[in-house]
Design a protein around this ligand. Structure first.
Ligand SMILES: CC(C)(COP(=O)(O)OP(=O)(O)OC[C@H]1O[C@@H](n2cnc3c(N)ncnc32)[C@H](O)[C@@H]1OP(=O)(O)O)[C@@H](O)C(=O)NCCC(=O)NCCS
Length: 246
């Protein structure tokens, strides 16, 4: 019976499993000439296959579901936040974050609306190119704007890395929300996207952000000057992430 793909996850030996709408999983290996699925090796390749159908023999055999329903990484929820892929209609909300001098003090200062427009275009393009990116964050209870967070590629210290970032409006500080979305982002990055490494960095003076990184398991690597500012670079590998969760 044909069933739609709702997402992908890595199994314990790092092979990809397509999670189907029926609640069954099916391995989707790229193993030529037996199976030719080069798309499975990239986040954007897998993302493009969501909604496609696979023939599910477990349905034909009447087996019970074994997989947890999988939400799209374009829209995820945590206990207190909902996170949605950045879209053009988020411009005004992103401006609210970027115009706020308190929020932006540790992020290079307030940004002009024109810079925000360019940032938003970059966020949208990042999703299209990579199959993941930054989310706009809302308070789940009220639907109000809470901040932005997620994973994006960045050149830092001369290397291309995938960075975890998080930023909240002030009413949401000090409630564990950065830790909550950081933990959810790691799950997406390592288990849904299959990334090997993630980095996170912050100004040497940003103690709250440093604490968030450490709480979710990042390990200090080195100091790096980024855009003229002294920053602390932290790193976490998928193996370390999995090891810390055992
Ligand atoms: C940094 C930021 C994301 C933290 O968000 P948050 O939701 O308040 O973070 P959490 O509540 O999950 O965790 C903050 C931790 O830092 C600690 N902390 C806060 N200020 C601190 C300080 N001055 N010194 C030491 N620890 C501090 C908190 O006590 C908490 O740790 P705990 O749970 O062990 O008590 C938020 O302040 C923010 O958006 N700042 C502006 C943008 C920014 O700096 N983004 C990060 C860029 S790298």
């Amino acid at each position: 019976m044909d069933q739609a793909i709702t997402g992908f996850r890595l199994d314990e030996v790092d092979d990809w499993v397509a999670v189907l709408v029926c609640g069954h999983g099916q391995h989707v290996r790229h193993d030529p000439p037996l199976s030719n699925r080069p798309w499975v090796g990239t986040p954007q390749g897998r993302q493009a296959k969501i909604g496609w159908t696979l023939n599910c023999v477990r349905c034909d055999r009447g087996e019970p579901p074994t997989e947890k329903p999988m939400e799209s990484i374009e829209k995820i929820t945590t206990e207190r936040l909902s996170a949605e892929r950045f879209r053009p209609e988020h411009y005004d909300l992103l401006c609210q974050i970027h115009r706020n001098p308190f929020v932006m003090a540790t992020l290079g200062g307030v940004r002009s609306d024109e810079t925000t427009r360019q940032n938003l275009q970059d966020y949208i393009a990042h999703w299209e190119t990579n199959g993941f990116g930054l989310w706009l964050l809302r308070d789940r209870a009220s639907g109000a704007l809470a901040g932005r967070a997620g994973l994006k590629g960045i050149e830092i210290g001369g290397n291309w890395e995938i960075e975890l970032g998080y930023t909240f409006l002030q009413p949401y500080w000090g409630r564990g929300l950065a830790t909550e979305i950081a933990a959810a982002s790691l799950e997406v990055g390592f288990e849904r996207l299959g990334l090997e490494q993630l980095v996170c960095f912050t100004l040497t003076t940003n103690m709250a952000s440093k604490r968030v990184m450490e709480k979710v398991g990042f390990l200090f690597e080195r100091e790096v000057v980024h855009m003229g500012a002294a920053t602390l670079l932290y790193r976490l590998s998928r193996d370390e992430y999995r090891g810390s969760r055992v």
